[in-house]
Design a protein around this ligand. Structure first.
Ligand SMILES: Cc1cc2nc3c(=O)[nH]c(=O)nc-3n(C[C@H](O)[C@H](O)[C@H](O)COP(=O)(O)OP(=O)(O)OC[C@H]3O[C@@H](n4cnc5c(N)ncnc54)[C@H](O)[C@@H]3O)c2cc1C
Length: 349
């Protein structure tokens, strides 16, 4: 089938949600796809583009995209060995029973399991390379209103528009979903290639501390979850708080050989020397949860043509782990709307 006969999907957004949706659409062979986005993988990190900020801790994922370069994705056992492509990782076999130790650190006690983590700085460009290989057109532009998604912004008439704009759905004209709100997270990236285990600890007071090692030798330290906080820059006191909590939870972030002085204050300052980046990302949350539903979009211009507008945003702190399942549901909605349109057209003939 030539491209011209396929329905044309225009996807707004090039975060993990937009790119994964584009990937599934292209892999089906049924659609021509254009991705339109203000921010793209490889750009300098900014607060309006959440995907590059994610830790990428991914224990629950069902499928991940895996490219030639395995560095983007990493599976590790508890001991840091056992790197493998994702398809070798039967998730049910990764989980281990909690240790039966008598002395538990913090009830209900630590669970350990082998997990997949994603280096977002490598994973997102891999997704872009793959969708380009499958024929996707990618256009960088700031969309002010979804009805403007036609020539000259896009090369061919859209048959469906899919909005994967993350938190941008709050202000995007024609969507303006005021149920969208940010859950701010601050993270610190340190260079610690010797550190191979990820640890997450949450407490009843709402503290949430984690270390996520990457194949590159960098480790993401976090974190914060603050509702409705739009602060775009790293707050120095939060960076110190993250360093303090992480070193208390995982003292092996500084090997004994590097600092014989195990005084917590000294260790925090040792850890600070390893910082390569600190910053803040806004998780795109939504009251009512992820939105996967459609409505009619009246295109601007002479014809007042109506096409389906499918919403696909609001993944909060789980965009990576939900990406493939959510994109599949979104594509089911796209297919349902297009087949309903076909049925209506045939009835008119
Ligand atoms: C600190 C932190 C840690 C996290 N850790 C994890 C984790 O371990 N695991 C996990 O699964 N998730 C994690 N997340 C959550 C995850 O990052 C998000 O759920 C995910 O990135 C959302 O992706 P998205 O594609 O919906 O939005 P985004 O990545 O924000 O992408 C939105 C896209 O829409 C475009 N856009 C928006 N408005 C417009 C417009 N008007 N015109 C044109 N383009 C527009 C943007 O340019 C961008 O391309 C974390 C998030 C943070 C902040």
């Amino acid at each position: 089938m030539s491209n011209i006969t396929k329905p044309h999907l225009v996807i707004v957004g090039a975060g993990v949600i937009g790119l994964t949706t584009a990937l599934l659409a292209l892999e089906s062979g049924k659609y021509e796809v254009t991705v339109v986005a203000r921010d793209l993988p490889g750009d300098e990190k900014c607060v309006g583009y959440t995907s590059p900020w994610a830790g990428g801790s991914n224990a629950k994922v069902g499928r991940l995209f895996y490219a030639d370069k395995p560095d983007g994705i990493l599976c590790r056992g508890k001991d840091g060995r056992g790197r493998m492509p994702y398809w070798d990782a039967e998730l049910s076999t990764l989980f281990r029973k909690p240790p039966q130790e008598k002395t538990r650190v913090d009830p209900p006690g630590p669970n350990s399991y082998a997990a997949i983590t994603i280096d977002t700085s490598k994973y997102l460009p891999c997704l872009v390379a793959e969708i380009r290989r499958l024929g996707c057109t990618i256009i960088r532009t700031n969309v002010t209103h979804v009805s403007q998604l036609q020539s000259p912004i896009i090369p061919r008439k859209a048959d469906v528009v899919v909005v994967c704009a993350g938190l941008g759905a709050r202000h995007l004209g024609g969507v303006e979903d005021w149920d969208c709100y940010p859950i701010r997270g601050q993270v610190v990236l340190v260079r610690a290639p010797w550190y191979k285990r990820g640890v997450t600890k949450s407490s009843k007071t709402g503290d949430w501390t984690y270390t996520i090692p990457r194949a590159s030798g960098d480790v993401i330290l976090g974190g914060f979850k603050t509702d409705n906080d739009w602060t775009a820059h790293a707050i120095p006191s939060q960076t110190t708080d993250i360093l303090e909590r992480c070193i208390a939870m995982a003292p092996d972030l500084i090997p004994v050989t590097k600092s014989r002085d195990r005084d917590p204050k000294v260790l925090v300052e040792e850890l600070r020397k390893l910082v390569v980046e600190e910053g803040a990302g806004l998780r795109p949350a939504r009251k009512g949860g992820v939105r996967i539903e459609s409505e009619d979009l009246v295109l601007g211009g002479a014809g007042n043509e109506v096409i389906p507008l499918v919403h696909h945003y609001g993944h909060s702190g789980a965009g990576y782990q939900a990406s493939f399942g959510s994109a599949r549901l979104c594509m089911e909605e796209v297919a349902r709307r297009l087949s309903a349109k076909d049925t209506r057209r045939q009835a008119k003939l």
